[in-house]
Structure formats: C-alpha cells, structure tokens
Design a protein around this ligand. Structure first.
Ligand SMILES: NC(=O)c1ccc[n+]([C@@H]2O[C@H](COP(=O)([O-])OP(=O)(O)OC[C@H]3O[C@@H](n4cnc5c(N)ncnc54)[C@H](OP(=O)(O)O)[C@@H]3O)[C@@H](O)[C@H]2O)c1
Length: 318
C-alpha cells in the first residue's frame, strides 16, 4: 500500500506513516524493518538512545541488497541523545548513528529532548542517589551547533533537522536564534493527549508534526495496571467495527486525517501490515470530533522523574 507524503521546506518528501523502533529488541527489529519495507513502509523512526540502530541498519541493508528499495526511496530519522548536546559532540553523535545504520546521510535528525545531560559516554549519567545528572548547555547552543547540525545540512550528512519533546516556548526560543528553522516537531500524540494547541502552534510556525506513541505506547517500560489505555477504550470499538478495521487502525487514521505523521511501533509482521492499511477509509467529521473529545490529557511518556531539570518541557500547558 502506497503511503502519501508531505513535502518539507527542503523539498524532501516525508511519508505520513512510518515504523517506530523504540523498545524493538535486537533480534526482532531487523525482521520488523524488513517486514515493514515489504509491506510498503518508506519511513523508519530511529534513535541512538534506542540502542538498536545497528539492527535497523541490517534490515535496511538486506532490502537494499535485494533491490526492493534504494536509499533515496526511504526516509530515515534519527535523534541526538541528551549526553551529546555539547556543541563539540553533535557531529560525532550524528556519525555514530550513521555508522550504526550503515548510511551516509539521514533524512531527518531531531534533538531528542531539550534537557542536556552530563557530557560523556554514559547515556544516562547518574549521581549517588540515582538522579540523572544534567549539564548547563542551553538547547539554543545545541541548535546553533546544530548550526553544527546546520553545517551538517550543508555538508550533506543531514537533509532536515527538527525537535522532539520541546514545548511551544522552547520551540519559539529555537526559532528566534535559528538560521535554519526546525522543519519537524515530534511529540507524543494520541486521542488521550491530542495536543490541539501544540499542533496549532506547530502549523502556524510551519513545522510538520509527528505523533509518537500513536497507540498510547502500551509496551512502555513504566506502564502500570490501571493506567489509561487508549487501545482499550470501549468507545473506539464500534467505530472500528463500522469500517471493518481494528482500533489501532482507527487511531492511526485519526492521526493522519488531522494532518499529523504517525509512527506506530510493532515487531509483529501481521500488525506491521495492518497498521499501514489506513488509507482506504476515512472517518466522518463527527467521528473525528468524537475522538478529539477523548483528550484527558494523559501523557504516557511524561518522564516526570526528570522534572527537576531546568529544561524539562512538560510543566507548560503546551
Ligand atoms: N521522540 C521521542 O521521545 C519518542 C518517544 C516515544 C516514541 N517515539 C517513537 O514513536 C514510536 C511509536 O511509539 P511507541 O513505541 O511508544 O508506542 P506505540 O506505537 O503507540 O505502541 C507500540 C505498541 O503497540 C503494539 N501494537 C502495534 N500495532 C498494533 C496493532 N495493530 N494491534 C495491537 N497492538 C499493536 C506494539 O506491539 P508489538 O510490537 O509487540 O507488535 C507495541 O506494544 C516509537 O517506537 C519511537 O520510534 C519517540
């Protein structure tokens, strides 16, 4: 099934549905990437922090070698982890991801979070009490180096750059210093966290909006019994039944129909194939409004254990 694309300001086309890879285990993710490409996915969402870019790269290589896709047919995102925010570390981080993925450029590179962690090899450096140690590196400096990223754009390592988990004030702070504006904002978004104001803000600023955890991230490591679960919301089942679709497909359709890009994660081939089949039906405006009304707001990826950090993004309403 062919997936529609949106054009980024650079002219690069970004497919509106991609495969998520967070929590996809080595040993599973290579097969997931191969199944996704066979099913028609042309967009894979990766990150250094997921610890599996090597295995994602193996899946890509297999499909390049088989001649199923060429590098230019596929849109690959990676992300700068928080211990690499120092201006001198950004290019090295980009190169680490490129090496693992077996690629010579990325279609999109995002600053994963606004908070900088202590520089060094530890992804999650901790003090004696187990708290993550931050470092005073303004994200605007990271972006400016991201003027190193911006320089990378010129030298061809990165085709587009953007932000993830930034709130509207932080996005504005970046836009205020940026020679190259961020082209994409990636944040959590599903009907329990519909991000109406942030989506509107991103549209006004010309940022393409990617919805992560579009199924509510049921396999997030910190999930507890009794947490809100959008996949189990009984109000979605009748809508899914009406179209002969699954609840997951309705959630993804709702996402693409409100002009967001969705990146569902799965390592299950049947689900990978199912999740891309969302372009052959449309929800009515009444159904879209009903689902919009499910907003709680509930953040599955709130990382509230980091709320002592000055750049923690989720104190703001949006
Ligand atoms: N920028 C960030 O900070 C950030 C944060 C979170 C996520 N992300 C990105 O967004 C991607 C997606 O978010 P996510 O991984 O948190 O969660 P998600 O995509 O909302 O949900 C993934 C879970 O849903 C299951 N699933 C997938 N399709 C299904 C279907 N059709 N029916 C039933 N269950 C289904 C998967 O199971 P199986 O895999 O077992 O099939 C997995 O347990 C991530 O993988 C990552 O690439 C980015």
């Amino acid at each position: 099934m062919a997936v529609p694309s949106v054009q980024l300001p650079s002219g690069v086309k970004m497919p509106v549905l991609g495969l998520g890879t967070w929590k996809s285990k080595p040993g599973e993710v290579t097969e997931a990437v191969k199944a996704a490409i066979d099913a028609g996915y042309r967009h894979i969402d990766c990150a250094f922090n997921y610890g599996n870019e090597n295995e994602v790269g193996a899946g890509l290589k297999a499909k390049f070698d088989e001649g199923v896709v060429k590098r230019e047919d596929i849109f690959i995102t990676s992300k700068l982890w928080n211990n690499f925010h120092h201006p001198d570390d950004v290019e090295e981080a980009v190169k680490k991801s490129l090496t693992s993925l077996g690629l010579d450029y990325l279609d999109l590179y995002l600053i994963h979070f606004p908070m900088a962690y202590k520089r060094g090899p530890e992804m999650n450096p901790k003090d004696a009490e187990g708290n993550v140690i931050g470092e005073d590196i303004p994200f605007t400096d990271t972006w400016k180096v991201c003027v190193a990223l911006e320089a990378c754009v010129e030298s061809g390592l990165l085709r587009n750059i953007g932000l993830s988990n930034f709130n509207s004030k932080q996005i504005q702070a970046v836009i205020d210093v940026a020679k190259v504006k961020p082209s994409v904002l990636q944040v959590e978004c599903h009907p329990y966290l519909n991000q109406k104001q942030l989506l509107q803000f991103a549209k006004e600023k010309g940022l393409v909006f990617t919805a992560y955890s579009p199924l509510g991230s049921p396999d997030r490591p910190w999930a507890k019994p009794g947490d809100p679960s959008i996949m189990e919301d009984p109000k979605l089942k009748p809508i899914a039944d009406k179209y002969g679709k699954s609840v997951a497909q309705v959630l993804l359709r709702w996402g693409v129909q409100r002009d967001t890009i969705v990146i569902p994660k799965s390592v299950t081939p049947a689900r990978i194939q199912q999740n891309i089949r969302v372009f052959d039906f449309a929800l009515t405006s009444q159904e879209m409004e009903t689902i919009d009304g499910f907003n709680v707001p509930y953040r599955a990826c709130d990382v509230s254990w980091l709320d002592y950090m000055p750049d923690y993004p989720f104190h703001e309403p949006f």
